[in-house]
Design a binder for this molecule. Structure first.
Ligand SMILES: Nc1ncnc2c1ncn2[C@@H]1O[C@H](COP(=O)(O)OP(=O)(O)O)[C@@H](O)[C@H]1O
Ligand SMILES: [Mg+2]
Length: 262
């Protein structure tokens, strides 16, 4: 990326370096992150676990550039995001980061396709190209047949798949999810986990917050946050290659394969 010097090379794609977060500095301050350091390599699949209030969302919001550290550094591909101007930050977010929320956060009374196109509208992509890319992303999450449905005409699992399509439509190298299966039934959870698994198998870095061991079982690495500090960091599979528990869809019925994404 020309506009952002130093991007690329051998740097980890995400690097938290002794990050602290203090809300409401002063007598009523809340010290939420107390020196978190974590490097994430391109292609890794990380599950972040921990009790409610341990700082997981705060950490993910910093990783997603939705919030900034009070102290410490956050680098994306070797670049300290605090040194970027607004335009460079927007470019880095567009190129590197896709965010998926627990509650989907789709725009109501707006079709699946229009929801997925939204990040491209902000990025100034022309209409025909937006449409093409949105349809590709919806096809990738198995919703190629439901592009004109409104969110309230879709199941929770389908809405979350639209949200994933929206997160990946700009082609980010990292997908972040804050309890993305937290509102889903077991069947939809399994479908959404297969999609994250496929995205990771295709080379995208995935970082998910979760309470559920079933979700963590699909990750290559499990990080536990306890009271604002990393208390455990375990690797279950190599950074490169397929993540654990990815269903091999070769040989599955075409419709099943399409439902679960190609
Ligand atoms: N904007 C905020 N202002 C003040 N306190 C906050 C804010 N956001 C979160 N907190 C507090 O920080 C702590 C960690 O929150 P959070 O990162 O959401 O934890 P988790 O996602 O692990 O449940 C909680 O005690 C929460 O109340
Ligand atoms: Mg949270």
């Amino acid at each position: 990326m020309e506009a952002v010097p130093g991007v690329g090379g051998d740097s980890p794609v995400l690097l938290l370096d002794d990050v602290h977060k203090i809300y409401n500095p002063g007598p009523l301050q809340v010290h939420v992150l107390k020196g978190v350091s974590m490097a994430v390599e391109q292609g890794d699949y990380v599950a972040i676990m921990g009790h409610s209030g341990s700082g997981k969302s705060t950490m993910l919001n910093i990783l997603g550039c939705l919030d900034i550290p009070t102290a410490g550094r956050y680098l994306i591909s070797g670049v300290d995001v605090s040194e970027l101007d607004q335009n460079q930050l927007a470019e880095v977010r567009n190129r590197y980061l896709g965010f998926v929320y627990q509650s989907f956060n789709l725009v109501k009374r707006t079709s699946a396709q229009a929801n997925v196109e939204l990040p491209l509208v902000y990025a100034g992509v022309p209409k025909a190209e937006r449409r093409r890319r949105a349809l590709t992303a919806l096809g990738l999450v198995g919703l190629g047949e439901r592009t004109h449905h409104m969110p309230n005409e879709l199941s929770g699992g389908q809405q979350q798949r639209v949200a994933i399509a929206r997160a990946i439509v700009t082609g980010p190298s990292v997908v972040l999810g804050d309890e993305p299966t937290g509102n889903l039934d077991p069947t939809s959870t399994a479908e959404v986990l297969q999609i994250f698994g496929q995205l990771n198998a295709a080379g995208r870095t995935v970082v998910l917050i979760t309470h559920e061991t079933e979700v963590a079982d699909h990750a290559k690495r499990v990080v536990v946050l306890t009271d604002g500090r990393i208390s455990s960091d375990v690797r279950n599979a190599p950074v490169q290659g397929e993540p654990p528990n990815l269903i091999d869809l070769t040989g599955a019925e075409p419709r099943e394969a399409e439902e679960a994404i190609a």
